[in-house]
Design a protein around this ligand. Sequence first.
Ligand SMILES: [Mg+2]
Length: 433
Amino acid sequence: MTDLLSLARESAVRFLLFSFTDLFGIQRAKLVPLAAVAGMSREGAGFAGFAAWLELSPADGDVMAIPDPRSFTPLPWQSDVAWVATELTLNGEPMEQCPRRVLQRQIQRSAALGYQLRSGVEAEFFLLDPSGDAVADRADTQEKPCYDQLALMRRYPLVSALMDGMEQLGWGPYQADHEDANGQFELNWTYADALTTADRHAFFKVMVKSLAEREGLRASFMPKPFQQLTGNGCHTHLSLWDQAGRNAFHDPAGDLGLSALAYHFLAGLLHHAPALACLTNPTVNSYRRLAAPPTASGSTWSPGGISYCGNNRTHMVRIPDDQRLELRLPDGAAHPYLLQAAVLAAGLDGIERQLDPGPRHDNDNYADPLPDGAFGRLPRDLGEALDAFAADQPLRSGLGEGFCVAYQQLRRRQWGRFRAQLTDWERQVGLEG
Ligand SMILES: [Mg+2]
């Protein structure tokens, strides 16, 4: 493996951002000059864990962030700086709650079964005023704004810079469009192994936000920033590949061209959906996107229940073709590493226990929703998702109890802070009661 210092020298980089994504998905970094890179690559960059969203106390020692040279990514907009993903240790031991390690463990578990997850994400985002209060483009007002060519091209300076950046990094970008909400966009790049996709997803969010700031805009991946508009999804495309490099989800003889393995994986997603939501839909705001009333455009494009279908966008899992599954549950707040880890943990449990997904449903699940079925229903709020997560032992043991406890405690406290608020609405309604 090429070492970080050589990579930096080859790219004429002067500084490295030693970066990690904390449990709430916030990216933290230290800027390290080249002269210090060799030493810090061995020892790690030190962080006070309590100062980020990690489940630690101020009395704990330094968290050390050790870089993985495979994730070396020169910033397309700042050529003398490169980003690198790190993994966390505490007191010389790997930290169980480090999100990238949580994913690495699932990748190893999958490899032991002979499979590699390959995935792609559709990370939708809004372009807002710097205040975050309104869509930046005041002319972007169509009732059905999806694919609006003029609104897309008004953002050409930003969109083309993002596409050029992805091209330069070798991600294989292939399209960009205006999405279903006013001010909402999506850029797609080629799928890859789950760790590569997670690193790219983490970096993509930073790249979008950084380049948007340069244009005087604020980019947001928040699941539902506007009540009447479609929210930010993060649809995730999934397939398992065998050691010979064949797509093990594909089987011409199977239903819709998918293998028994794919259906077991799918069953794992359905079976664990209530607990999975705690990671794929991790914030208070996430539950304003799920099972929401129709938006101004006519559709939320988000699932209301736990079901799957063929090429139909009204269910939680879509089978778009004979190569893959599309999980439509995750939203823009999903953590790049924990999303991949959670999906893999759920799918692998489906394979290990040979779970059955039950029948496919090809109804319009918005116009004519299915009743709650064998897999129950999606959580209605973060509190319910936390309860489901606490109760799902197979998922927890797959992900690692140390991680699960840390994550759950942080989110429970956040849910408690939300619940403790007295809102303007209840005062307005309640004072006269
Ligand atoms: Mg989309």
